[in-house]
Design a protein around this ligand. Structure first.
Ligand code: ARG
Ligand code: ZN
Length: 881
């Protein structure tokens, strides 16, 4: 485990390395306990650097075996090697020399899942961000681009398959049952993109002909016997390759493209050049084992990693502060891909829900940071929703401001100008300024300033003057280390909607630049006047979620209901309904805290019925509209004094009111939506299933709901329906014999399939109520559970702590105590996963006082543990600060 030096890395301290590594040749002799790594590095002193400049290489827990320069072994006095650093204080005076370094590492005992490790006896690597230094001493920073040649030697029976980056460049047999393979990657790359895989794996092979007619061999490698589960991923890969050619003109560049699925992986997947390594959860799927959400995730993540080949690999990041340069942009690209492959309207709503659920609380709490941070202690803690999701929204805003054509021209220029380089956010913004002639300096604050901006909007209409006025005021709340904020450039898409649902024409506008349906907000307060408006329109704001902001709009309920039924922008129409639901839930929360019973108006529950029945809308859209704001969403909108039990009651009462008001209609629609014909994971079929399953959710609140859920479970012919029914049974009909039977049947059927059992752990960890902490504690002893596997930990402990509001936030603090213990236990093996888990308490200050005090105790327990890793210490200390 990496020791915590407490060192803070600062953006302003960046300076280029004194030395470059032009070529890297690696020889691996693989063995579980003692793998030998021989690195031969062609090192060049950068122009203008004094010959006396020491060469300092990064390491992390390394054991040096041998070191030589230009063929001569170094004497002990000529270098200093610690596990974490190798210093050669007097490198040769020649500008170029060859450094040979031999290290010994033990992949078998490596539970951090960084560097070289074993996952179910397969050797694999994870080097982003700083894992390469766990393999050999190196200039382990993204601006050191090197051409790699890799030779892997292993026992043939232990590792028949030997993979690395680039193209295959030879293989053969060696003495004593060993063999080797050589890989050469012609594209210079940073060390974080290095990968090696060796083991016994099954292969799914296919090929792809690129836009210029080159044939690329495609391979997806999985645990032997699981090949038939990789078909969907392969299909998604080919669609991604085609889409990047069509949408961005980007062609694949190597002769092969390989993907390997492993079962122990810290994140979703990794874009290593020509050899993507995936968490198997995002590769393996069929209707029996995967839900529609799993299929959608696989498609998106396969695309994401593939798209990195250009945005991340061909053009990489100068330093880790620029992480969003590759991540935000690549998320934007995978969002666009999914929107094109599925339904754009539905995809956009889903994206915004995710952003609000994960990024908004981050931005509004102690872990807030700019999309491009200026400091970090542990870079692994910056693979965040802000860098990824808000980073993507910032790219989307650039497109909104420039228009599609200029945006594409800017992207073309970016690829042309920076191919083969390690670039910065300034480089990225500059291409868009250059192609459009626009000044993006105020806009750039979206990268530099943390916090979710708020716009307060009110409107007036003067029939006499035929004038409609919007008064808009912006504010950016203070965030850690940034108490004074500057004013931002916010592109606010809008529409004025007339009584017939059509856009209202206006003859002129002043007070702001308004282009193509977008108001450009740049000042603290702007009064925007639309002239020639005879009748008062309803105003639809932030259409398509054009900016990642919060809105406080003074709007009549009539207008809100009207927009929920008529807004021509599908996102805003969904938003109008969602706002009505949220407002009603918050009012009910306050009624409950005041000792009353929540009351919901018929107008709202009837509107839910109309949305459900509206055949003009896609089923997936209707399903999203009917999904009530989550408990955490409601908590976020309330802001402080959170009592999760009261929120839960308010939400259940609204669901029941909607179910009662629409019983007949929901029931007959539920029947009509039943799957007919063979299973398809396509968006339309998935949409029908999601609508039917949300109706199930409502209908099972009514008498005989338990039987209905049990029937749905028994008759399910795919995992989507089966998991939906099991969730309803476990969460709503806890303690019923039907629930006990369904849980047992599921476990009996899927007990040996770890990925399917993750769903079972998740469902059980999500059961609302104070008793669940005991269940979860007991399940950590379940034969299928392991503290060493990130997917298991996230399914059970992650779900409990970040998706079970009433269970985790149990008033007596027992949920937090279990959490603190478990985080510390996970940390012993895997600090990265523990640190991520620990972020579940980031919003502790918004809780009511009793829970707040208990949550703080749990955080202090973690903070005071001995030998805390840099990863976990960074998170707890910032959370408590
Ligand atoms: N670059 C990967 C992706 O977004 C994420 C890898 C992050 N890994 C880590 N250890 N922090 O696709
Ligand atoms: Zn990525």
């Amino acid at each position: 485990m990496r020791t915590d030096t407490g060192h803070v890395f600062r953006l302003e301290d960046y300076r280029p390395s004194d030395y470059l590594i032009l070529e890297t040749s690696l020889v691996f002799r693989l063995s579980p306990e003692a793998t030998r790594v021989t690195a031969t590095l062609t090192i060049e002193r950068r122009d203008g650097v004094a010959a006396s400049a020491p060469l300092v290489l990064d390491g992390d827990g390394l054991t040096l075996v041998r070191i030589a320069i230009d063929g001569r072994e170094l004497q002990p006095a000529e270098f200093l090697a610690t596990p974490d650093q190798l210093t050669i204080s007097q490198p040769p005076s020649a500008p170029r020399f060859q450094l040979l370094i031999e290290t010994e590492i033990a992949p078998a005992g490596n539970e951090t899942l960084m560097g070289l490790y074993r996952s179910s006896s397969v050797y694999c690597t994870q080097c982003e961000a700083e894992g390469f230094r766990r393999i050999t001493y190196f200039l382990d920073r993204p601006d050191i681009l090197s051409v790699y040649t890799v030779r892997i030697e292993a026992k043939l029976d232990e590792a028949p398959l030997l993979l690395s980056n680039g193209n295959p460049a030879g293989s053969g047999d060696l003495a004593d049952g060993w063999h080797y393979a050589v890989w050469h990657d012609p594209f210079p790359k940073p060390s974080y993109l290095f990968a090696l895989v060796a083991g016994a794996l099954g292969k799914v092979a296919d090929s792809f002909v690129t836009m210029s007619g080159r044939t690329v061999e495609l391979g997806i490698f999985v645990e032997p016997g699981k090949e038939r589960l990789a078909g969907y991923a392969m299909d998604a890969l080919k669609r991604s390759m085609r889409w990047d050619e069509e949408a961005f003109g980007r062609e694949y560049d190597l002769e092969v493209f390989n993907i390997v699925a492993v079962s122990d992986f810290n994140m979703g997947a990794m874009e290593n050049k020509g050899l993507n390594i995936f968490n198997d959860k995002y590769v393996l799927a069929d209707e029996e084992t995967a839900t529609d959400a799993d299929f959608a995730n696989i498609e998106a993540i396969i695309a994401h990693e593939y798209f990195h080949n250009w945005t991340g690999n061909r053009i990489t990041c100068r330093d880790w502060f620029q992480l969003c340069l590759k991540e935000g942009l690549t998320v934007f690209r995978d969002h666009e891909f999914s929107a094109d492959q599925r339904s754009r309207a539905v995809k956009r709503i889903a994206e915004v829900r995710t952003l609000r659920a994960h990024q908004f609380p981050e931005d509004q709490g102690p872990l807030a940071h700019p999309v491009r941070p200026r400091r970090y202690r542990e870079i692994n803690n910056f693979y965040t929703a802000t860098v990824y999701e808000k980073g993507s929204e910032v790219v989307r805003m650039i497109r909104t401001i420039l228009g599609t054509d200029a945006f594409r021209a800017g992207m073309d220029l970016y690829f042309e100008r920076h191919d083969g380089e390690a670039a910065t956010i300034e480089d990225f913004l500059k291409v868009f300024e250059d192609v459009s002639g626009r000044d993006l300096s105020q806009f750039a604050l979206w990268y530099h300033q943390a916090g979710t901006p708020n716009l307060t909007v009110s409107s007036t209409h003067s029939p006499a003057a035929r004038e409609f006025t919007l008064e808009i005021e912006q504010s950016v709340p203070p965030t850690p280390a940034e108490s004074r904020k500057r004013l931002m450039h916010i592109p606010l898409a809008f529409g004025l909607v007339g009584a017939d649902g059509r856009p209202v024409a206006y003859s002129g506008v002043d007070g702001a630049t308004v282009e193509d349906g977008v108001i450009h907000i740049r000042k603290r307060r702007q009064v925007v006047r639309f002239s020639g408006v005879a009748e008062r329109p309803a105003v639809s704001l932030n259409r398509g979620f054009s900016a990642p902001i919060t809105l406080s709009v003074e709007q009549k309920a009539d207008d809100q209901f009207f927009l929920a039924g008529h807004d021509s922008d599908s996102f805003s129409r969904w938003q109008a309904f969602n706002t009505l639901l949220t407002d009603a839930l918050i009012a009910a929360f306050r009624q409950i805290l005041g000792g009353g019973e929540p009351v919901y108006i018929a107008r709202l529950t009837e509107l839910a019925g109309r949305v459900a029945a509206d055949e003009a809308l896609e089923p997936a859209y209707r399903a999203l509209a009917l999904a009530l704001p989550g408990e955490a969403d409601i908590a976020r909108d309330i802001g402080k004094g959170i009592d999760p039990d009261a929120i839960f009651s308010a939400r259940e009462a609204l669901a029941l009111a909607i179910a009662k008001a629409n019983e007949q209609a929901f029931s007959s629609l539920y029947d009509r939506l039943a799957d007919k014909g063979p299973f398809s994971p396509d968006a339309a079929s998935a949409g029908r299933r999601s609508l039917r399953n949300i109706l199930l959710d409502y209908l099972t609140l009514l008498p005989e709901g338990t039987e209905l859920a049990a029937r749905h479970f028994r008759s399910a012919t795919n995992m989507t329906d089966r998991a939906a029914a099991l969730t309803v049974l476990a969460h709503r009909h806890r303690g019923s014999p039907e629930t006990a039977k369904a849980l047992a049947d599921f476990e009996a059927k899927y007990g040996s399939d770890a990925l399917v059992m993750d769903k079972w752990f998740q469902i059980r960890a999500g059961v609302p109520g104070p008793q669940t902490v005991e269940t979860v504690r007991a399940l950590t002893k379940h034969a299928g559970f392991s503290m060493a596997n990130p997917n298991r930990v996230r399914s059970l402990v992650g779900t409990f702590s970040s998706a079970n509001q009433t269970g985790f936030h149990r008033r007596d603090g027992e949920g937090y105590r279990f959490f603190a213990e478990t985080v510390l236990e996970v940390e012993k093996r895997n600090p990265q996963v523990a640190a991520r888990l620990a972020t579940a308490l980031r919003s502790w200050r918004s809780l009511e006082p009793v829970r707040q005090a208990k949550a703080r105790e749990a955080l202090l327990t973690i903070a005071s543990a001995e030998n805390l890793s840099a990863d976990l210490r960074d998170i707890v200390e910032r959370t408590l600060a």
